[in-house]
Design a protein around this ligand. Structure first.
Ligand code: SF4
Ligand code: SF4
Length: 226
C-alpha cells in the first residue's frame, strides 16, 4: 500500500497503524499548527469540488486561484496542490486561527493527525497515527471509527477509495504507454485533468459525475495512447 497524498509524508516512517475499534488519545487543541507551512497538501477531485461548492466558484477557477497544477513525476498524473500564502507560508484558507472552509476542508485536513493508505486493488483502507500525536490528551481516547465518523471521513470513504483506484489505473496506462515520451502525452494529461478535476457541475453530486467522466475518458485515452 502506498500512502495517499496529504500531510503524512514528512513523518510517515514513524506512523503506527490503528485498528477500527482501537482507541487513541487525541483531542484537537486548536493550535493551528497543521495549517502552517503546509506545502504537501495534494487535492483529489472531490476535495476540489467541495471547496468549489463552498466558495461558489467553478473548480477550474478555484484551482487557478489557490493551486499549483503539475504532472506528478512518478505517476505521470495531473495533480493539484494547494499553494501556501507566499508571505506566511501558511495555508491560504487559514484565517485568524481557524479554517475558513472547515466544512469543506480537504481529506488530509479532516484526517489529521491521522494518515490514510488505500489498497488500490481491494479498496481496503488503513489508517495511521502520526506520532507523537498533537493536541491534548483525551483520557481514555476515542475509537478510530468514532474519529472517522465525527470528522466526516467515513461518509466520503467510498469516493476516496474509488478515486485512488481510478488514479492508479490511469497512471498504469500512462506509464505503459511510455509516459511523457508518448507523442500524445500532453493531450492525454489535459483530458485526464478535466475528467478528474474540472468537468463538474456544482449543483450535481460529485460521485455520479466522476463515474461518468471516467467512463467517457477511457475510450479517448485508449485512442490517444494507442
Ligand atoms: S484547508 Fe483548512 S484545515 Fe486544511 S490546511 Fe488549510 S486552513 Fe488548515
Ligand atoms: S489537529 Fe493538531 S496541529 Fe492541528 S489544530 Fe488540532 S492540535 Fe493543532
Amino acid at each position: 500500500m502506498t500512502p495517499e497524498p496529504g500531510r503524512m509524508t514528512e513523518t510517515w516512517g514513524n506512523c503506527q497503524p490503528i485498528a477500527a475499534g482501537e482507541r487513541f488519545a487525541f483531542v484537537c487543541a486548536g493550535c493551528g499548527d497543521c495549517c502552517r507551512a503546509r506545502r504537501d497538501l495534494v487535492l483529489s477531485g472531490y476535495d476540489l469540488y467541495r471547496i468549489a461548492r463552498r466558495l461558489s466558484l467553478s473548480p477550474r477557477i478555484v484551482a487557478g486561484a489557490f493551486c499549483k497544477s503539475y504532472v506528478a513525476p512518478q505517476s505521470c498524473l495531473p495533480t493539484l496542490r494547494l499553494t501556501p500564502d507566499p508571505k506566511t507560508g501558511n495555508c491560504r484558507f487559514f484565517e485568524g486561527s481557524a479554517c475558513a472552509i472547515h466544512a469543506a476542508r480537504p481529506l488530509a485536513c479532516a484526517l489529521y493527525p491521522l494518515g490514510q493508505s488505500i489498497d488500490t486493488v481491494t479498496a481496503q483502507t488503513a489508517y495511521f497515527a502520526q506520532l507523537p500525536l498533537c493536541g491534548a490528551s483525551a483520557g481514555a481516547g476515542q475509537t478510530l471509527q468514532d474519529y472517522l465518523q465525527n470528522s466526516g471521513v467515513q461518509e466520503r470513504a467510498g469516493a476516496d477509495a474509488r478515486w485512488a483506484m481510478v488514479c492508479t489505473q490511469i497512471s498504469a496506462q500512462l506509464l505503459a504507454a511510455g509516459g511523457a515520451e508518448h507523442p500524445h502525452f500532453a493531450a492525454a494529461v489535459k483530458r485526464i485533468e478535466r475528467a478528474l478535476y474540472y468537468d463538474y457541475a456544482l449543483g450535481d453530486e460529485f460521485y455520479p459525475q466522476f463515474q461518468q467522466n471516467i467512463a467517457a475518458l477511457q475510450p479517448i485515452l485508449d485512442k490517444l495512447l494507442a
